[in-house]
Design a protein around this ligand. Structure first.
Ligand code: NAD
Length: 351
């Protein structure tokens, strides 16, 4: 069985901290992978873990991913991530507030090496409680001067990424007449559908939630069942729901020449990136194309400006062109291309 210290001995994290606050019952880990480009920014995940090892490993793995995400996006940030071990007591609002405040004090002890934000299981109101004890938190509600919901900015960055990939693959400018299949109509999927339709694309979409489906239909999207979305004869397949939807069962069913969506961890296994490359499918690497959310919270550090955040997220267009260039020049998959771009960005700062 792999333990935290086995993992730590093989990886390159700069800092890894555990905090237990007896009064609030807080048990939390903060992992800072790399601060070569700047402080490690990454959300705090609140999750029911089997044991502390599982929580620790999650923080370590997720923080490493943040280093690459920030580097590919060209942000002056490093990689960090925190996890809080859920035990049910956080269901009580008073206990939850005190626990997040205690977590803020823990973050503050790191002196700005780590900046937190929202993630799975946490919400903007938790960031407000964290803020009671540290300035090193972003993702505060818009009415408190924060960046608010990042989803529309994430969707916009993804749209610009799709535009770049369509340009590279089909040689056409704009999305007029391009057919996109969108899987998942949540906070990012719905605005993306709207933006795609506004840009002249046709959209086929699926979701398990009938209300979201009705909304997408009202915008003008065609709707199919959640299983049929993989078989849609489209130009672009856009995963915007869960992780691991690109796997041995689904990849052979796809008709698209491009995969480009907002979901995290789209590939079930790393080898699926190479498989897509061998099949001639261009994959707009998840952490590169969905960086709009990170870009949005980064903008909050400077004093939030929605227009600046949107403009920066639009730069994902250039990132996608760069990834295509590297992939073609080096003869590697888009996943490897993104890793090369990130390594290069990390080396340039050291030099
Ligand atoms: P969300 O919970 O609002 O939306 C997810 C949607 O997927 C829901 O509407 C849900 O009903 C649907 N869904 C669940 N199972 C499905 C299935 N089998 N088939 C089709 N639809 C299904 O979440 P979100 O914020 O829109 O995020 C979606 C994905 O994008 C996640 O992987 C998230 O980590 C990633 N992401 C989001 C942001 C952001 O700014 N919100 C940023 C980066 C990455």
């Amino acid at each position: 069985m792999k333990t935290t210290f086995d993992f730590l001995s093989r990886c390159e994290h700069e800092q890894f901290c555990y905090h237990h606050d007896k009064q609030t019952g807080l048990r939390a880990f903060i992992a800072v992978h790399n601060t070569v480009r700047g402080p490690g920014l990454g959300g705090t995940r609140l999750w029911h873990y089997d044991d502390l090892d599982a929580a620790a490993l999650d923080a370590l793995r997720l923080s490493e991913g943040m280093t690459y995400k920030a580097a590919v996006a060209g942000l002056p940030l490093g990689g960090g991530k925190a996890v809080i071990v859920a035990d049910g007591r956080e269901d009580d609002p008073v206990c939850r507030a005190e626990r997040f405040a205690a977590f803020g004090a823990f973050i503050d002890k790191l002196g700005g090496t780590y900046i937190t934000a929202e993630d799975v299981g946490t919400k903007p109101s938790d960031m407000v409680e964290i803020r009671r004890n540290t300035a090193h938190v972003v993702g505060l509600p818009a009415e408190q001067g924060g960046s608010g919901d990042p989803s529309p900015v994430t969707a916009y960055g993804c749209l610009r990424g799709i535009e770049a990939l369509v340009e590279s693959v089909f040689g056409c400018h704009g999305l007029d007449g391009v057919h996109v299949a969108v899987q998942g109509l949540g906070k990012v999927g719905l605005p993306l559908v709207r933006m795609l339709l506004d840009a002249g694309a046709s959209v086929t979409a699926a979701d398990i939630n009938p209300d979201s489906v009705a909304e997408a239909r009202a915008y003008g999207a065609d709707i199919v069942t959640v299983d049929a979305i993989y078989d849609v004869d489209c130009d672009v397949f856009s995963p915007c729901a869960l992780g691991a939807t690109l796997n041995d069962d689904t990849i052979p069913r796809l008709h698209a020449r491009i995969i480009a969506g907002c979901a995290n961890n789209q590939l079930a296994e790393a080898r699926h990136g190479d498989l897509l490359h061998e099949m001639g499918i261009v994959y707009g690497v998840d952490y590169a194309i969905n960086a709009g959310g990170l870009i949005n919270v980064y903008t909050e550090i400077e004093g939030y400006d929605a227009e600046r955040a949107r403009r920066r997220a639009g730069e994902i267009y250039h990132t996608m062109h760069r990834l295509m260039q590297i992939s073609e020049m080096e003869g590697v998959s888009m996943v490897r291309s993104a890793a090369l771009l990130a390594d290069d960005a990390l080396k340039k700062v050291i030099a």
